[in-house]
Design a protein around this ligand. Structure first.
Ligand code: DMJ
Length: 632
């Protein structure tokens, strides 16, 4: 029995009456008859229902096509409907042994083919410098001599290819360009960034290129100081002279302002010291002495482990408001600069203060195979938040400065070397893993014995540091590891739709994964960071393998495509996964000029005596400081 039909119910009887007839014609007629029999309200409700189903299924389909993970889907609460953006995955190519493909690349420096898709001017503020050249094939555009093949559809790519394939796909780049034109491209980028800073932020800390304004952090002309030695190295004399005049006449540290000890040491003290060394101009040394002495109150703590913040006008120091802890990387990555200041001034107070920190950290409990926790208490000098180990934020440059202090001091301070070598063994034992499906070597994190396959972009300093150590006589397997990690860091760029790395990635480790790298929504930003191009510079210096230049070239082009602001400057972006919606952050970090562009320039230079790595050691902000001459 069927209930009597009511006008406000939708009653659809699926079974036909009478003889079963599954013919197409009959079904069409039968459905049509039933449809006609429905009231107008019933028809409207059905149509509305079907429409809603269509709407509801649309995001799921687009997300699937965009390759979002389940986790990302569930957290993408503010998602809007946007065009489908296929993932950048490698084009299938025939397997070739890595050796032969590399050799081929170095010998035959043919026209480069890039895989990046042509950027559409999505937001109208960041522009692409691209122009169609006469006689080019349809779909191929040229940017300063490099060819971008817009027809190469990234959707052609297949998962599960070997790592060689991932890299082979991107063996393109500056191969057919002269050294001079590569260097000129970096200078162009610098000039463009500098013009924005000059026009809208002169004498202030950071440029906000979209709003054509600036932001202050310490109020000390941070970008200008960070960029001084870059201008000198790039040979931008006019720009340098203007900046020098500002430092000489405008810069004063006699200001009631709180500065972060670490940041002002690596950027300001480091920048002034290196500029003094490069130019011989004692004005920079005087400024360095001034800021160095004003930072010293930070060490007046019960433990002699420095506070994070200093008021350089008042001569007072304090920890952050919420804790009495300092960050381990911060208190152990000021040594190169303070040691050099002591050497130049013949005043041991600076060196003594930072050496005391190293002495204490060396002896502390709470390490794991040479790996250090991320926080240290300024009252009792002990590690806090123990059991968490990373080579990323808050610990990274501890490892870098162990090696670099040893090099700076003429390779005599054995304890530094031992701590460094032990830490690298600790990395290998506890943090090193391979991803699936392509077996990328990566450095994860450990939290109370639990491994997490998370890697910050910051960790990409490590290939360069490992290579530097190998150059200075450390085991050859450090160089092997450097090369493997270098590939991984580059993959963090080219596997993104913009060809720019996110701030943090997560690697897949389970068998059967369809891709190696996942990125969480909150981690999709790119701050114009230097670590990968820094490592590319070291790897190229030591191996002369042109693939590292090619990779750097691709990265530079992607910075130009997605972060360059037409009115001047470059901007950090929020989303490296969507070339049509990069969501610019409106900020150019000082390290883009201090580090990123400097390392790119040095990467493309064929002159090993341009900041020789046997004469200089770079501080963690890319400011070269001299290796001390042997007094023995
Ligand atoms: C820089 O200030 C330094 O390289 C520091 O060691 C890490 N963070 C930024 C660049 O990413």
């Amino acid at each position: 029995m069927h209930p009597p039909s009511r006008q406000d119910y939708i009653s659809i009887s699926l079974a036909g009456q009478g003889t079963y007839n599954n013919g197409k014609q009959w079904r069409r007629q039968s459905c049509w008859r039933k449809w006609k029999r429905l009231s107008r309200l019933q028809r409207s409700l059905i149509l509305l229902f079907l429409f809603m189903c269509g709407i509801a299924s649309y995001p799921a389909v687009t997300e699937h096509l965009r390759g979002l993970t389940a986790g990302e889907r569930s957290t993408e609460s503010n998602s809007v409907l946007r065009p489908i953006v296929p993932q950048v995955l490698p084009e299938p190519v025939k397997p070739q042994p890595e050796q032969s493909s590399q050799k081929k690349l170095s010998n035959k420096r043919g026209p480069p083919i890039l895989q990046n898709r042509l950027q559409k001017k999505g937001n109208g503020t960041v522009t692409v410098e691209e122009k169609k050249e006469k006689g080019e094939e349809e779909g191929v555009i040229s940017w300063r001599g490099a060819v971008v093949d817009t027809d190469k559809d990234t959707e052609e790519a297949k998962d599960g290819e070997s790592k060689d394939h991932l890299l082979a796909n991107h063996k393109s780049g500056p191969s057919n360009q002269s050294e001079a034109s590569l260097l000129e491209a970096v200078k162009d980028a610098f000039r463009h960034a500098w013009q924005g800073y000059k026009d809208f932020a002169w004498g202030h800390d950071e440029l906000r290129p979209l709003s054509k304004s600036y932001s202050e952090w310490f109020g000390l002309g941070l970008t200008l100081i960070d960029a001084l030695d870059t201008m000198w190295i790039l040979g931008l004399k006019e720009e340098f002279e203007e900046a020098r005049t500002w430092v000489a006449t405008e810069l004063t540290f006699n200001k009631n302002v709180d500065v972060n000890l670490f940041e002002s040491t690596i950027r300001i003290l480091g920048g002034l010291l290196s500029t003094y060394h490069l130019t011989g101009d004692t004005m920079f040394l005087d400024k360095a002495k001034d800021i160095g002495s004003r930072l010293m109150p930070a060490f007046n703590t019960p433990s002699k482990i420095p506070y994070s913040d200093v008021n350089i006008g008042k001569g007072t120091a304090h920890p952050p408001r919420w804790t009495s802890d300092s960050t381990v990387a911060e208190v152990t990555s000021i040594q190169l600069e303070f040691r050099e200041l002591s050497r130049l001034t013949q005043d041991p107070q600076y060196q003594d203060a930072v050496a005391e920190v190293m002495k204490q950290v060396h002896k502390l409990d709470g390490k794991l195979d040479g790996l250090v926790p991320m926080f240290i208490n300024t009252n009792n000098g002990q590690f806090t938040h123990q059991g968490i180990f990373t080579l990323g934020a808050r610990a990274d440059s501890y490892y870098e400065y162990l090696l670099k202090q040893w090099i700076q001091g003429g390779k005599k301070e054995d304890q530094l070397l031992q701590d460094y070598v032990q830490a690298i063994e600790g990395v290998k034992k506890n943090l090193l893993q391979k991803s699936s499906p392509n077996g990328l070597t990566f450095v994860g994190e450990l939290s109370h014995g639990q491994f997490s396959p998370k890697m910050d972009h910051l960790v990409c300093f490590l290939p360069g540091t490992l290579a530097l150590g190998a150059h200075h006589g450390l085991p050859a397997d450090h160089m092997d590891l450097a090369k493997q990690l270098m590939e991984t860091c580059y993959q963090m760029y080219i596997q993104m739709e913009t060809g720019l790395s996110p701030e943090i990635v997560h690697f897949n480790m389970h068998e059967g994964s369809i891709r190696d790298i996942d990125v969480k929504l909150a981690d999709r930003h790119n701050l114009l960071r230097p670590e990968t191009v820094e490592s590319l510079f070291y790897l190229y210096r030591f191996t002369k393998d042109h693939k590292y230049q090619d990779w750097g070239w691709n990265i530079l082009q992607n910075f130009n495509k997605y972060t360059k602001v037409s009115s001047g400057g470059y901007t950090s972006i929020n989303n490296v996964r969507d070339p049509d919606y990069t969501s610019p952050r409106d900020k150019m970090e000082s390290f883009f000029l201090g580090e990123t562009l400097k390392y790119l320039y040095l990467l493309f230079s064929e002159d090993p005596s341009l900041i020789s790595l046997d004469e200089y050691v770079f501080n963690t902000e890319a400011h070269p400081l001299p290796i001390w001459p042997s007094t023995a």
